[in-house]
Design a protein around this ligand. Structure first.
Ligand code: NCD
Length: 314
């Protein structure tokens, strides 16, 4: 396994499966009486969040704490990073403080790479979302959730068909998921209006459809994406009602899904826009479970990057 996790491309299929399998072992341990494991005692993990986040930040924090690491939360608001300090200076500061890993979220695509490639720090860098580029830990927790519900005991996702629906253009979740889900053998179909698809999407290893109705009854899982208003610099949507009608997951589409198909969303949701409240709260929805699985998967990532090959003792 690489020292850093910047992109799904840093992983081989076997690395990805090792993360998912380790997460399963850790999830079982978390369900037992001993929630906290001593594995990373004495290690320091820095959560460097230069962009708003709720679930990813607390998920990494919970994961690090369950492995007994010390966690320093460094949010850019009010920090030197917001005063224009360069990533290099921040990295050197974190190195001086003895950070063994830095988990970074940043609105600039490539920020995690810059931090890692500068070699200003000896620790690991984990990308928790960089601009519209990648969000590898989200893709891993999504793959974990899909495998658990849809893979019928198989180790990978061969034979599954998964739809990713909505604002693909601005979504780092979509980019990381397409790379990982196809690596694991699934077929991915992207569903969006043409204005919300990136240039060059034809070269992605995924099918593209503009017709949600023809896709919804054929997939094993549907990943709904948030409309990312904050990244929109021009008009991408006709209007919210129109968008929901063609690309939202509503009750009519929900009932047409395959018997055991699941509904996913990385959060935060715009209820009533890309997903109706009924769909988000339905029996098919595994949205809350994604949050739970996220902690186990991030524990596995931290464990494998920081403790390396040491045998996992539970
Ligand atoms: C995603 C993100 O930040 O990229 N959310 C998350 O990590 N839970 C998706 C989003 O913001 O829509």
């Amino acid at each position: 396994m690489n020292r850093h996790l910047l992109s799904i491309n840093d992983l081989t299929k076997s690395d990805a499966l090792t993360i998912l399998n380790t997460a399963e072992t850790l999830a079982r341990a978390s369900d037992g009486p001993m929630k906290k494991l001593p594995t990373l005692r004495g290690r320091t993990i820095v959560n460097l969040f230069a962009e708003d986040s709720t679930r990813t930040r607390i998920s990494f924090e919970a994961a690090a704490k369950r492995l007994s690491a010390d966690v320093i939360n460094f949010s850019a608001k009010g920090s030197s990073l917001s005063k224009g300090e360069s990533l290099k200076d921040t990295a050197q500061t974190l190195q001086a403080m003895g950070a063994d890993a830095v988990i970074i979220r940043h609105n600039a695509s490539g920020a995690a790479h810059t931090l890692a490639k500068g070699e200003w720090m000896s620790g690991s860098v984990i990308n928790a979302g960089d601009g519209t580029h990648e969000h590898p830990s989200q893709a891993l927790l999504d793959a974990f959730t899909i495998r658990k519900h849809c893979a019928h005991g198989n180790e990978d996702l061969t034979g599954l068909r998964i739809a990713i629906v909505g604002d693909i253009l601005h979504s780092r979740v979509a980019r990381s998921n397409v790379a990982l889900l196809t690596m694991l053998g699934a077929k991915v179909v992207l569903v969006a209006p043409p204005t919300l698809l990136p240039i060059g999407v034809d070269s992605w290893p995924a099918e593209v459809s503009y017709d949600f109705d023809s896709v919804i009854s054929e997939v094993d899982a549907v990943i709904m994406l948030r409309i990312q208003i904050e990244r929109m610099t021009e008009m991408y949507l006709p209007n919210a009602r129109e968008y929901s009608r063609f690309f939202g997951l509503d009750k009519d589409r929900l009932v047409r899904m395959k018997t055991n198909a699941i509904v996913m969303h990385p959060g935060p949701m715009n209820r009533g826009l890309e997903i109706s409240a009924e769909s988000a709260d339905s029996a098919r929805s595994v949205i809350i479970e994604q949050v739970k699985n996220g902690v186990s998967v991030r524990m596995a990532i931290l464990y494998l990057l920081l403790a390396g090959t040491a045998e996992l003792e539970i």
